[in-house]
Design a protein. Sequence first.
Lengths: 246, 148
Amino acid sequence: MGLEDLKCPYCGTPNPFAEKHQEDMRRFEKEFAATKEEVVTANKKRAGRNTSLILILVLILLDVGAVIFAGISSDIAYSIKEKRIQAQADQHMENILALLEEGDYCGFSAYYSANSIYYATSGTDLEDYSAVHGAAGRYRWLLQDLEKYISGNSYSFRKESMSRTCAYMAENITKLWNVEDQYSYRQEIYLAPDKLSYIQDMRERVSLLLQTYAGLTEEEAGSLGDLSQGRIQKILEERLVSTDEE
Amino acid sequence: MKNKKSREKAPLTAGRFLYRLISVVLIAVFLIAVAAGIAQIRDRLAMDDYDYYDEAYYLRTLRNEDFAGLLEMTQDDARAGKEYTGDIPECRAVARYYEAAVFFHAYEKAGEKERAALQKQRMERFESEAGEYAYYTEKIDALFEKEP
């Protein structure tokens, strides 16, 4: 009789060894199945955990990238603006030169601001006019104050504001007359003769307007470059009449 | 037919809940950061396109006889390629008239005849361009009559 024979094929006597063997085999199979399931389940769990961790890591990396993107978004916008303006540099140059030739220095200064030219002057011909632009800005603010004064209905020239307005005008006058000091580097470009001629024209106009409308004497108007900012302010405060007093 | 059992959801353990919470937070941070970055770029670029000066603003300033303010607006409103429509060109002409008048009177007083004549020509040109608002040029002239 073999281990597979539960009974003797001849006399039918039960084979206890076969019964034990089959019982053992059933037990072994059951244990094997349970172990197999345990291993499969454990592997599934481990794989699931690994996938979760990888997903979390990927999300963290994406977050870092997104936060960096948000942090440099201003720089990205600046870069896009710069490229847009540089693409139109020739047209801007043409418009700027036309304004300067007309003597429209206020228009020139305003054009720079309105079209954000300062974003893209670096490396272009527009940069050569930096000193002229700096002077034109001071010129424009001075003229705006004088024009407000002439029109007579400005808060800037009421008694309570007069001192501040005169201080502001004095600062602009001083800066206009000392433009060369502010652009001492690359003078040969920024303060080339053609550029200086525009700046000089602005100074002459301001001198004339201050004599006409702010009551400066010819001598005072002619020596604005030599006067201190404080002295200029004092002169303006003495000569300008507040709108309250008119 | 799939085994119904396999479609049953696994129980929500503490670890699973934490994982889901962290995932949601990280996804939210990503979306918010990207949206913020895009909005920042869009807003910065749109700032250049924003047009402060419309017809109503021009006319209000003109009717207030704030000629200095009108001139300042005319100069500031200098976007390349912009088309001025409605009554804006006339308002701008009045502003330019004022500007020319400021220089005309200064040159005249200083005895610079040629420059004064040039400014006078500009005044006449802008007066004709001011159209129905040309009568404001009389108010501008009056400002200089009271100058000392």
